[in-house]
Design a protein around this ligand. Structure first.
Ligand code: HAM
Length: 422
């Protein structure tokens, strides 16, 4: 029998793992600069966190969750997205009782039983931020600017920001009835999915990908047309704040997003380098979620961005970081005494933050040097009986071929530029 990884998952190693680390490093440093703190929540939650949080009518809850029962018969679900679990943690840990606003970020794997294709997998990783406790439009602008700063530092070009407002719960209710009126005579022309959603969540028909639904929805009324004064005012302020930060955007009146918790502002980052799955990230305001999870009324805004999709864009723009493995020193050996000294020297080099490698396969000296070349070592030395006796080592610069003789107590300083122990 051969073993293969489950459909829609991948093994990440070598250069690809190094590219992931580099992207993650950028994310951590941007979030530090914007003063967001990292949060890590469990990989699975009680199923109700998602059914209640993400929403019963969403594709995620209806078709895509990996749900199982534990030994006690409780229903648990692998996290399909980050927001609901982070909101649960915000409530459970009474973060609302501390300094507000609370600004959190995460890099976490999510699981959705979707049909795999380019940019869509069953396990994907999202970088996301969740900003709790601010109802001002500056909050949307700050969250969006975090995403833009990550994109800028990674060097990615051509990402388009689309924004829309679906209003507060009341505006949404009003819009749903306007939309039901508009769709009333056309239910039979809608795709099966939209026809099913017609009663509970007709809004989703707006971003349906079915060609027929798209045609019908082209003349549908816009959610912006029913916004009350406050929601309309808020959307104007969001645009003003984005203008103030120099972030350009397109108002996309068909943008509604596929999760039920959103209120007012919704947005997506679109990249033409992604093909059909063109959304690099998306998010919005969700002022009702904390209350839905039994917490106090707390406004919130956030977004999620797929790391796999960031890497696809980086690759297609020729921006994948240079991920040559870093080996500073190769310390080879000849003979038993040389082997012992090489081993202890390598250990000491590593303890001093110098990446070092040796031979533990019993290769010949010639083969050891070939190996050093393959590792891309910057320096090499061979430790044999002479070196053991004299305590003097010949360190070769692998690029220039220059050899420097160094005594044992000067080795660390030679590589770090600092005396040992400093
Ligand atoms: P989402 O739009 O479902 O939003 O996902 C956000 C991003 O995660 C997508 O734009 C995409 O880059 C990536 N993504 C989603 N599903 C997959 C998949 N199957 N394969 C690869 N990448 C994928 C959310 O999940 C919200 N929690 C975002 C949010 C945070 N809203 C407020 N706060």
């Amino acid at each position: 029998m051969t073993y293969s990884r489950p459909k829609g998952t991948s093994d990440i190693y070598g250069n690809e793992a190094a590219a992931w680390r580099s992207v993650e490093k950028t994310i951590h440093s941007v979030c530090r600069d914007f003063r967001f703190e990292e949060i890590r929540t469990p990989m699975y939650e009680h199923t109700e966190v998602f059914t209640r949080g993400v929403g019963e009518t969403t594709d995620i809850v209806q078709k895509e969750m990996f749900t199982f029962q534990d030994a006690g018969g409780r229903s648990l679900t692998l996290r399909p997205e980050g927001t609901a679990g982070v909101a649960r943690a915000f409530v459970e840990n009474s973060m609302f009782g501390g300094v507000m606003p609370v600004k959190l970020y995460y890099i976490m794997p999510n699981f959705r039983a979707e049909k795999p294709q380019k940019g869509r997998s069953r396990q994907h990783t999202q970088f996301g931020v969740e900003f709790f406790g601010a109802e001002t439009a500056e909050c949307e602008a700050e969250v969006i600017s975090v995403a833009y700063e990550v994109i800028r530092r990674l060097g990615i070009r051509g990402v388009e920001l689309r924004i829309n407002s679906i209003g507060c719960a009341e505006c949404r209710e009003k819009y749903n009835s306007v939309l039901k009126q508009f769709l009333g005579g056309k239910i039979n022309e809608l795709c099966a999915e939209c026809a099913k959603r017609f009663q509970k969540n007709p809004l989703r028909a707006l971003d349906c990908k079915n060609e027929n639904c798209k045609k019908i929805m082209a003349s549908a009324p816009s959610p912006l047309s029913v916004l009350d004064e406050e929601c309309a005012g808020h959307f104007e302020k969001v645009k003003d704040c984005l203008n103030n930060l120099g972030i350009s955007y397109i108002v996309d009146e068909k943008l509604v997003r596929g999760l039920d918790y959103y209120t007012r502002t919704v947005f997506e980052f679109i990249s033409s380098d992604l093909g059909a799955q063109s959304s690099l990230g998306g998010g919005g305001r969700y002022d009702g979620l904390i209350e839905a999870l039994q917490g106090p009324e707390t406004p919130a805004v956030g977004f999620g961005m797929g790391i796999e999709r960031l890497l696809i864009v980086l690759e297609s723009q020729g921006l994948l970081p240079n991920t040559e493995p870093q080996t500073t020193v190769f310390a080879g050996h000849m003979g038993e005494a040389g082997k012992a000294l090489a081993c202890s020297m390598i250990h000491k080099l590593r303890q001093n933050g110098i990446s070092a490698e040796g031979d533990i396969l019993g290769r010949s000296v010639k083969a050891q040097m070939k190996f050093a070349d393959k590792l891309g070592a910057k320096y090499s030395l061979i430790i044999g009986d002479d070196e053991v006796k004299t305590g003097i080592f010949k360190i070769k610069d692998m690029k220039t071929g220059a050899v420097t003789e160094i005594a044992a107590n000067g080795i660390i300083e030679f590589f770090t530029g600092k005396p040992e122990g400093k």
